[in-house]
Structures are given as structure tokens and as C-alpha cells.
Ligand binder design. Structure first.
Ligand code: UGA
Length: 425
């Protein structure tokens, strides 16, 4: 079992640290935020992620997982150093590497000879080389080991991945990193660092493209009178297409797809390739936000201004409390701009949202529907399916539902007199 430093305790770092500890390694997680480190030491996890708090508590109890302030403190006696710091979108669309460079520079002087630095953060093609040059340590290898973790199922994705990708110039370093995953049953693919970095971006961009395609098909279904739910079911039986990632919606979002897709288009541009396909994928997504907002505004009739809309769901998908680049928020920003009053409910959101300054956040799904002319469902929380729609009907001023996730039971709602408007059906 290895001694691993994990630098950065965001979604990726905390999941990586907790899962490596679960696999039996000795893990030290570092963050610059002292208060966060203090809470993590007590097992308090600041994000909603299934099983993460349990894994952290178990790791602390077994002595396999600890938390320290500062990357140097973690790295000084470790054999592997996982860089899991944020790479936010910079002003020109390219990823901002300042956190990565700062972390690399900070640990460089204390790295034990022969240790391996591993890039887990999503970094532009060529960043493994950049980290190596920032550190200037010939006795330390830098390897790329991208993550493919979905928020909400991140621990399961780590422990039961479709593949482990390792990008290394040095074969021995690659084998050592592969050894960390000995107890994980998945194909391990070893390639060069640039290819590994490209695999990460290409995977996210492909999935985002799949979703833009499905949303465009949903729009086509509306035009020709087909039902997209049946269309994607029929498509998904084809093993070359696959059943997953075919759900239409209000557009895709989150902390990764928008950032990574924009960054890949920028990487291509910087290397002289005009990735028009990817730019269209992004455009289709923006149009999907517009179309979904227009559906809500249209459902309000001739003069939407001042009318009341109930919104169910604000996070970028179910199973997370993450609001970053949330399609729900994108759609409601457009609805708010039309002068519509919003009362919103989300099971994990209780504070006001900066991007929706006039929206009232309530702690009960029924309260959101009080006096509303339209109910819009924007995040696919399962609990929405099981609510009492007789009560919802009584609460609402007019019974119109825009179901932007095709989540609710259409016939059940229509039986209760609702005007049901889904996506692509
Ligand atoms: C995504 C990738 O799925 C992970 O493999 C990757 O590791 C991660 O980004 C990352 O780069 O860190 P995540 O952002 O957590 O994971 O969320 P997804 O489950 O991929 O969903 C992204 C968006 O697509 C959400 O808005 C979701 O609602 C939407 N979506 C997803 C659909 O509209 N339909 C679907 O069928 C699936």
C-alpha cells in the first residue's frame, strides 16, 4: 500500500482521497482553507455526494485518511502526489492554470526523490509537461491520470470505473500509478501524457455532443409530432449508440461540460484547428436554454410580466447540490428577465441565488406552487414524481406544467386536468 498526498479537497480531490483510503492506501489530503480542513478532520463533508461522508468518517477512523493545511505538509513524505486543484475557465475560454502551477511550485522543494506527481485535474493538453517544468525536478516523474467521475455517483465511478487512463513518458512510473488501482477491476490503459489529457477532453466533449444531438432530436420530434422518449429508446437498443446519456432536457451544464467543451475548442484554435463542430454543440445548448425558457414564458400567455411561476429543481442535475452552470438557473434567468415572478424549490437549496436575484426560494415543493400559473420542472429529482398532484392542482392558479426533464407521469397529470408540456413530445 502506498502513501499518497492529495492536493485540493474539492469534488475530485476529496473523492480521490477517500477512495484511495478505502482501497487501503495511506492518504493525506491538503487544502489551503484552514476552516475546511478543520471540519474535514471531524468528518464534516461540505458537499452533497452519495457515501462521501461515510467514506471520510471510515477513513479517519481507520487512520488511513488525514487532512492537513498546505500542500507541502502533505507531500513531504509521500510517494505519490495527486494534483486535484481547480482549473476554472479563464476570460478567453482557456483553463486557468494558476492553481495548478502554484501547487506544483509549492510541493517541488519537498518532494522525495523518486516520487510521482499525478495530474488528476482536467488540464489542457500539454499541462503534464508544464507541471514538470514548473517543478524543475529531474528525479521526479509527472504523470497524467484523468478523472471520469460524475457528481452524485463519484465514489462508485472511482471504484468501478469503465477504465483507468494513465499518461506517462516513463513506463515504470506508469506501472507504479497503475498499481494504486490494483484492487479496482477495470482495464488500465497506458499512453503518453498528451494523449491521456486529450482522452479526458474528448470524452467530455463527446458526451456533451451526444446531449446536444439528443436535444436537437427532441426539437425535431416536436416539429414532426414524434415522441422523443420512444425515439431515444429505439435508438438506444442499437449497441453502437448505447442506452446511456440519451435523456433530453433543458440543456446540459455543471462544473465540467461547459468549461471543458469551451476549453477544447480553444485548445484546437490555439493549435490551428477550427473545431466548428464543437462550437455548434455549444450553440445548440445555449439555444436549448432559450427554447426551454420560451416554453415557460409562452405557457404564461400574452402578458407574462408579473405572473407567477413555480420552479422545481435548481441544481445542474439530481444527486448534487452543485449550482455551477446549472441549466435550471440558466433557464430561470431568462424567465426572470421577462419580468416573471419565481418561487423555487429544490431539496438541497435553501439560500437565495445570486443569479436569480428576485426568485423566492422556499423549503416545500407545494409552497412553490401557491398561486402559480405554470409549474416548471428543471432538475430530475426523483421525489418530484411522487408528490400529491391533487394538492398541486388546488394550489395553482392555472394548471400548466412544463416538464423540461420528461420526469412526471404525463397521463396522470392530464387525468387531473393539467396542460402537460414536455420536451420533444
Ligand atoms: C461529467 C462527466 O459525465 C464525467 O465523466 C466527468 O468526469 C465529469 O463531467 C468531469 O469532467 O469531472 P458531471 O458534470 O458530474 O460529469 O455530470 P453528468 O452526469 O455528466 O451531467 C452533465 C449534464 O448533462 C447535466 O446537466 C445533466 O443533467 C445533463 N444530462 C446528462 C442530460 O441532460 N441527459 C443525460 O442523459 C445525461
Amino acid at each position: 500500500m502506498a502513501r499518497i498526498a492529495v492536493i485540493g479537497t474539492g469534488y475530485v480531490g476529496l473523492t480521490t482521497g477517500a477512495c484511495f483510503a478505502h482501497l487501503g492506501h495511506d492518504v493525506v489530503c491538503a487544502d489551503i482553507d484552514e476552516a475546511k480542513v478543520e471540519s474535514l478532520r471531524k468528518g464534516i463533508v461540505p458537499i452533497v455526494e452519495r457515501d462521501l461522508d461515510r467514506f471520510v468518517t471510515e477513513g479517519i477512523a481507520s487512520g488511513k485518511l488525514s487532512f492537513v493545511v498546505g500542500a507541502r505538509e502533505a507531500s513531504k513524505d509521500c510517494e505519490f502526489h495527486y494534483l486535484c486543484v481547480p482549473t476554472p475557465q479563464g476570460p478567453d475560454g482557456a483553463a486557468d492554470l494558476s492553481y495548478l502551477e502554484a501547487a506544483a511550485a509549492e510541493i517541488a522543494p519537498v518532494l522525495p526523490t523518486g516520487s510521482v506527481v499525478v495530474n488528476k485535474s482536467t488540464v489542457p493538453v500539454g499541462s503534464t509537461g508544464l507541471v514538470a517544468s514548473v517543478m524543475g525536478r529531474n528525479d521526479v516523474e509527472v504523470v497524467s491520470n484523468p478523472e471520469f467521475l460524475r457528481e452524485g455517483t463519484a465514489l462508485d465511478d472511482f471504484l468501478n470505473p469503465d477504465r483507468v487512463v494513465i499518461g506517462a513518458r516513463d513506463q515504470e512510473a506508469a506501472i507504479r500509478v497503475a498499481g494504486l488501482y490494483n484492487r479496482v477491476h477495470a482495464p488500465v490503459m497506458v499512453t503518453d501524457p498528451i494523449s491521456a489529457e486529450t482522452i479526458k477532453y474528448a470524452s467530455n466533449a463527446f458526451l456533451a455532443s451526444k446531449l446536444s444531438f439528443v436535444n436537437a432530436i427532441a426539437n425535431l420530434c416536436e416539429a414532426v409530432g414524434a415522441d422523443v422518449n420512444d425515439v431515444v429508446l429505439g435508438m438506444g437498443y442499437d449497441r453502437r449508440i448505447g442506452k446511456e446519456f440519451l435523456r433530453p432536457g433543458p440543456g446540459w451544464g455543471g462544473s465540467c461540460f461547459p468549461k471543458d467543451t469551451i476549453a477544447l475548442a480553444k485548445i484546437a484554435e490555439d493549435h490551428g484547428y477550427d473545431f466548428t463542430f464543437l462550437r455548434e454543440v455549444l450553440k445548440v445548448n445555449d439555444e436549448q436554454f432559450d427554447r426551454t425558457a420560451a416554453k415557460v414564458i409562452d405557457a404564461l400567455g400574452d402578458s407574462p410580466e408579473g405572473k407567477q411561476v413555480a420552479c422545481w429543481g435548481l441544481t445542474f442535475k439530481a444527486g448534487t447540490d452543485d449550482l455551477r452552470q446549472s441549466p435550471a438557473v440558466e433557464v430561470m434567468k431568462r424567465v426572470e428577465a421577462a419580468g416573471v415572478k419565481i418561487r423555487a424549490y429544490d431539496p438541497v437549496v435553501s439560500s437565495p441565488i445570486g443569479d436569480l436575484p428576485t426568485a423566492e426560494i422556499v423549503s416545500d415543493p407545494y409552497a412553490a406552487t401557491d398561486g402559480a400559473e405554470v409549474l416548471v420542472v428543471l432538475t430530475e429529482w426523483d421525489e418530484f414524481r411522487w408528490l400529491d398532484f391533487d394538492k398541486v392542482a388546488e394550489n395553482m392558479a392555472s394548471k400548466v406544467v412544463v416538464d423540461a426533464r420528461n420526469l412526471l407521469d404525463r397521463s396522470q397529470l392530464e387525468r387531473r386536468g393539467f396542460d402537460y408540456r414536455g420536451i420533444g413530445r
